[in-house]
Design a protein around this ligand. Structure first.
Ligand code: DXP
Ligand SMILES: NCC(=O)COP(=O)(O)O
Length: 248
């Protein structure tokens, strides 16, 4: 099964929010991405709504349900009561829990499962009762995986930021890829599915999917939106799908 692509719309929303105007439209760009073969759409609403607004969520839900049934809505975020209530109203196919502090400019680490696993367990159970697949953002650290599986989650999402940061340093990239691969191997041996995301690009994806052949899904926003400005959203999605190893 090739790695699936979920297009993160946060960067599109951030551009829209520069003005009190409805463009670029998050749902229109989502529609183009889905028509070009993306498997799903990802959003990461933050408490200050600086990217995705809470009102975007039902619109994206309706887009998927009416035009792309079977596609997946993935909502990422810190599991505050507000976030969990928000998710409850939209019924995403997947929820990805991320240990973000509201003051962080972007996500920059995974959960410490050894320290926070007990706290995560009832949250995972609640989301699974609502029918969502639960994925949890994880650092590339194989030693964390036993505690990750104990939370009851279905998948981890490997934090690939440090790998993305090695774009000008092939030797460093090999080291980061090794850590990601070892963590994925351990997670899969324990029965967890593995997603990945953060700072992935058409250039760094092929080596990642070659090292982790059963990588279930990548969610990509920043690099993909940058390419969409140059190539257009539809062609960009096709380029990223090819980099994931998908047949076009
Ligand atoms: C968990 C993760 O890596 C992404 O959700 C990332 O945080 C995207 O959000 P921004 O593009 O808003 O930083
Ligand atoms: N989960 C990662 C994600 O959705 C997108 O991250 P990025 O490509 O914007 O860094």
């Amino acid at each position: 099964m090739p790695t699936l692509l979920s297009v993160n719309l946060n960067a599109v929303a951030m551009l829209r929010n520069r003005r009190d105007l409805p463009w670029p439209s998050v749902t229109a760009l989502g529609r183009i991405a889905m028509t070009a073969g993306a498997h799903g759409l990802t959003v990461h609403p933050r408490p200050d709504e600086r990217h995705i607004r809470f009102t975007d969520l039902p619109q994206i839900r309706a887009l998927i349900d009416t035009e792309f049934p079977g596609a997946e809505f993935n909502i990422e975020g810190y599991p505050s009561d507000e976030f969990l209530d928000l998710v409850d109203t939209v019924h995403p196919e997947q929820v990805t829990l991320v240990p973000d502090d509201p003051s962080q400019p972007t996500s920059d680490h995974g959960f410490d499962f050894k320290a926070e696993g007990e706290w995560l367990k009832p949250i995972v159970a609640r989301l699974k009762r609502q029918g969502a697949r639960v994925s949890i953002f994880a650092d590339p650290d194989p030693d964390q995986m036993d505690a990750a599986v104990a939370t009851g989650c279905d998948r981890i999402e490997l934090y690939t930021g440090p790998y993305g940061a090695t774009f000008a340093d092939p030797a460093a990239a090999r080291i980061e890829l090794g850590k990601l691969g070892e963590t994925a191997d351990r997670a899969m041996a324990l029965g967890l599915g593995v997603n990945a995301g953060h700072d992935l690009t058409v250039d760094n994806l092929p080596a990642l999917v070659a090292r982790i052949p059963n990588l279930a899904e990548v969610s990509i926003g920043h690099g993909l939106t940058a390419d969409a400005l140059e190539f257009g959203m539809a062609q960009t999605v096709r380029r990223f799908r090819k980099a994931c190893g998908q047949a076009l």
